[in-house]
Write a protein that binds this ligand. Sequence first.
Ligand code: NAP
Length: 486
Amino acid sequence: MTNDKNIAIVGAGMSGLCMAIQLKKAGIDSFTIFEKSDRLGGTWFENTYPNAGCDVPSFLYSFSFEPKPDWSQKYSRQREILEYFRHCAEKYEIIPHIRYSSSVQQAAYSEETGDWSIVLEGGWQGRFDVVISAVGQLNRPALPEIEGGDTYTGAAFHTARWDADFDPQGKDIAIIGNGASAVQIVPEIAEQANHLYLYQRSPNWVAPLNNKPYSRLWQRLCACVPLLAQCYRWWLFWVCDSRFVAFRQGEPATWIYTNWLSRYVKRQVRERSLLDKLLPTYPAGCKRILLSDDYYAALQRDDVSIVTDPIQSISAGAISTDDAQPQPVDAIIYATGFQTSELLAPMQIIGRGGTSLAEHWVEQPGAYLGILVPGFPNFFTLYGPNTNLGHNSIIFMVECQVRYILHCLRAEHATTEVSASAAADYQDELRRRLERTVWMADCSSWYKDASGTIINNWCGPASEYYLRTRTPKWQHFENSIGYSLD
Ligand code: NAP
């Protein structure tokens, strides 16, 4: 095994930690994690808004190699998830490898020396044989450009930049956006605010979460009988993965699922005018399906209004829409999602011939298996282009990618570089298959770029991705002379 490669990992979130732990387990110690924040945890460190949590079951949204038998509930909240990742980092002695407050500005490949130069904000430079991006797809908040937005004088912040000192008690509060973050925060803020105004641009399909606490007995059983916890995890995995059948356009399963959700919202919301606002016209799954047990109830409170007229402008203390008087509010919470089209930005990644990744991706981002880009030797991405899911755990995908990267690092190649033709064939296949998914239906979503191309999502079930990434096909690599040592 090659264990003398000097490896840079960018990001100490879930995927960076997963990579680091597996390197350690493989006996490779020569790696540094560059983390822009002063803490680890990535998205689970940054998203501290009230009721933040994960709508993937915790037994599945956790590392396969580090089961946690005592998850407090089926869908855990942010604090418990962050604690879990901290525990993993400590247990596997990853923390000494993390360089905090270190924002990578540039990584540039040298064809002469065959290595990468990394430049941090502030000017520090270092050389590495391998660079692994673990920055994910959801790390840069998107703030909409609304006329007058910068003149607003009340409290205003994005859900991913929650102001811990903000007290919603008794205030008139606007929440802009109604995606996955909003459905979690709306019931919480509605409880405390004097009045909540939810600005919705387009409705989402919402399914019941059915969250429940785990009993002490169940936790003890899982701790004493690890096989039980493992079987439960696999059962959750296959239940989630089987849902992919409903993500293909025109399939009976898609129709049945949409119909079921439609009946669910009709049972939850009786008032016709509100139902009209909340009932989507596109098939379920086109936008991410949201899960909540209390969102619809919150929207039917007397002190909650849902505003569907487009926002025109914001003034010092109010929000104006097309048809109504300006609405004075004490605070604006932007639940407006993330910048997901410019993957890996604002890092500048420069490959062979001085070509930057941004130039290479000018038409659309793409990477072979979401991991490798031609012209960028010994450079890997975790949770890269077309690896997001709408139906299963992203941790599973990241573990597949980490396994694949380890195969590449073990191989007797001086460089790991996918061939341009293999990458192009892969992109063609993706395009063909994504055309047939429900994400192509008529809805706006962060899965698509400005041209409507799906750049974020994987095109099949997660189990297929596992099979595709199990071992590298060396014939798809440049100068392929290597082999894997397992
Ligand atoms: P999001 O799903 O992208 O939702 C953003 C919302 O903001 C949408 O409702 C969007 O409306 C609205 N919006 C954007 N610009 C607007 C404007 N100018 N005026 C009015 N509305 C505007 O973002 P998110 O809720 O932060 O979630 C992003 C992703 O993070 C999720 O899809 C998920 O992958 C992840 N996440 C996961 C969990 C979890 O439980 N696992 C929880 C939170 C987040 P349109 O729909 O009309 O564009």
